[in-house]
Design a protein around this ligand. Structure first.
Ligand SMILES: NC(=O)c1ccc[n+]([C@@H]2O[C@H](COP(=O)([O-])OP(=O)(O)OC[C@H]3O[C@@H](n4cnc5c(N)ncnc54)[C@H](O)[C@@H]3O)[C@@H](O)[C@H]2O)c1
Length: 349
C-alpha cells in the first residue's frame, strides 16, 4: 500500500473526509431556493467530495413550508448532505458559517413606493449583516441575491464591520449568463463558446451588458464578439435592452420571476468563488468598488469584470472603454449612488 493511500485512511480503515462546511440559504422556502438547494446539496457548488451542513432560514410563517423542503432534501438521499437545519432565527442560521447565500428579501407589493421597498430591505440586511458579524466565521463568503441586490449587499457589508468587505458580493451572474446566451444564440454556437461578456453596474434595468471585450469561438477559431455577430446595430440596441429587461419578460410570461436560471447563476457565482475562474476568462459580479480603475464611485457594490483565485477576486483592469460604454457605465453608477444615499439615510435612523 502506498504512503499516500495509508495517509488517506483513518485508523478505523475507512476513508478520511473533509470537515463539513456550513452554508445558509435565506428565503429558503421561496422559489429560487427550491431550484437551488438540490444543486448545492449534491455537490455542484462546493465540490463533489465536500460534505455540507445546510441551514435553511426563512421568516416564522414559512416554517411549515421549510419542513416540507427538509423532507424533500432527506428524500433525495444525498451522500454529501450531513445535516439540514431549518430555522427562523439568525443566531442559529448564521452560526459558524462558511458561506451565506442571502436570497430572502422584501418583495415589492402593489402600490409600494421604491423608497418604502428600500426601507424594508435596509432593515432586513442591516439585521442580517449584524448577525453575520456576530455569529459567522470571519472568512464567510456572502452572496446577496435578494433585490435590490447591490444596495442590500452594501448595507449587509456596512453592518458587518469585522468581516472583510471583499467577502461580500451580489449576483449579476444571471445577467452575465443571459448576455452570453443571447450572443451564442445569435451566432448559432453553444453557450460556452462565448466568454468575457461584462455586466457593468446595478442588477436593474440600468445595467450595461458590454460585449466589446467578449470572444466567440466560431468553427474552432476565437473571434471578437462584434466580428462574430456582424450586426453592430443589434449589439448596441436590441441586445442590450433584451438583457436589461429579461427579468421583466420572464415575469410577464411565467407570472413568476426567474428562479431556475437565478439558481443556476448562484451556483456559477459561488463555484467560481470556491474554485476560481478559468485562465484568461472573467465573469461578472457585484463587488465593493473601492480602488477600481474605471472611475466608478468607490463606496458602491458595482458589477465589474472579475477574475477569481484562491477564494479572492480582482477587477480586470485596463480594458479600453469607449464613449458609448462610458456613458452607460456612468448612468448605472448614478442610479446606485442614488440608491445608496437613500438607503444610508434609513440605515442611520
Ligand atoms: N440578483 C438576481 O439576479 C436575482 C434574480 C432573480 C430574483 N432575485 C431576487 O431574489 C429574491 C427571491 O426571489 P424568489 O423568487 O425566491 O422569491 P420568493 O418570494 O419565492 O421567496 C422569497 C422568500 O424569502 C423569504 N423572506 C422574506 N424576508 C425574509 C427574511 N427577512 N429572512 C429570511 N427569509 C425571508 C420569504 O418568506 C420567501 O420564502 C427576490 O428579491 C428577487 O427579486 C434576484
Amino acid at each position: 500500500m502506498s504512503t499516500a493511500r495509508v495517509k488517506s485512511r483513518t485508523k478505523h480503515n475507512v476513508p478520511s473526509e473533509a470537515e463539513p462546511i456550513r452554508v445558509v440559504v435565506t428565503g429558503a422556502a421561496g422559489q429560487i431556493a427550491y431550484s437551488l438547494l438540490y444543486s448545492i446539496a449534491k455537490g455542484d457548488v462546493f465540490g463533489k467530495d465536500q460534505p455540507i451542513i445546510l441551514v435553511l432560514l426563512d421568516i416564522p410563517p414559512m416554517l411549515p413550508v421549510l419542513d416540507g423542503v427538509v423532507m424533500e432534501l432527506q428524500d433525495c438521499a444525498l451522500p454529501l448532505l450531513r445535516e439540514v437545519i431549518p430555522t427562523d432565527k439568525v443566531e442559529v442560521g448564521f452560526k459558524d458559517l462558511d458561506a451565506a447565500i442571502l436570497v430572502g428579501s422584501m418583495p415589492r407589493k402593489e402600490g409600494m413606493e421604491r423608497k418604502d421597498l428600500l426601507k424594508a430591505n435596509v432593515a432586513i440586511f442591516k439585521a442580517q449583516g449584524a448577525a453575520l458579524d456576530k455569529y459567522a466565521k470571519k472568512t464567510v463568503k456572502v452572496l446577496v441575491v435578494g433585490n435590490p441586490a447591490n444596495t442590500n449587499c452594501l448595507i449587509a457589508s456596512k453592518s458587518a464591520p469585522s468581516i472583510p468587505k471583499e467577502n461580500f458580493s451580489c449576483l449579476t451572474r444571471l445577467d452575465h449568463n443571459r448576455a452570453s446566451s443571447q450572443v451564442a444564440i445569435r451566432c448559432g454556437v453553444p453557450a460556452d463558446n462565448v466568454k468575457n461578456v461584462i455586466i457593468w453596474g446595478n442588477h436593474s434595468s440600468t445595467q450595461y451588458p458590454d460585449v466589446h471585450h467578449a470572444k466567440v469561438t466560431v468553427q474552432g477559431s476565437e473571434v471578437a464578439a462584434y466580428d462574430a455577430v456582424k450586426d453592430d446595430a443589434w449589439l448596441k440596441g436590441e441586445f442590450i435592452s433584451t438583457v436589461q429587461l429579461r427579468g421583466a419578460a420572464v415575469i410577464k410570461a411565467r407570472k413568476l420571476s426567474s428562479a431556475m436560471s437565478a439558481a443556476k447563476a448562484i451556483c456559477d457565482h459561488m463555484r467560481d468563488i470556491w474554485f476560481g475562474t478559468k485562465e484568461g476568462e472573467f465573469i461578472s459580479m457585484g463587488v465593493y468598488a473601492g480602488g477600481n480603475s474605471y472611475g466608478i464611485p468607490e463606496d458602491l457594490i458595482y458589477s465589474f469584470p472579475i477574475q477569481l483565485k484562491n477564494k479572492g477576486w480582482k477587477v480586470v483592469d485596463g480594458l479600453p472603454i469607449n464613449d458609448f460604454s462610458r456613458a452607460k457605465m456612468e448612468a448605472t453608477a448614478a442610479e446606485l449612488v442614488d440608491e445608496r444615499d437613500t438607503a444610508m439615510a434609513f440605515l442611520s435612523q
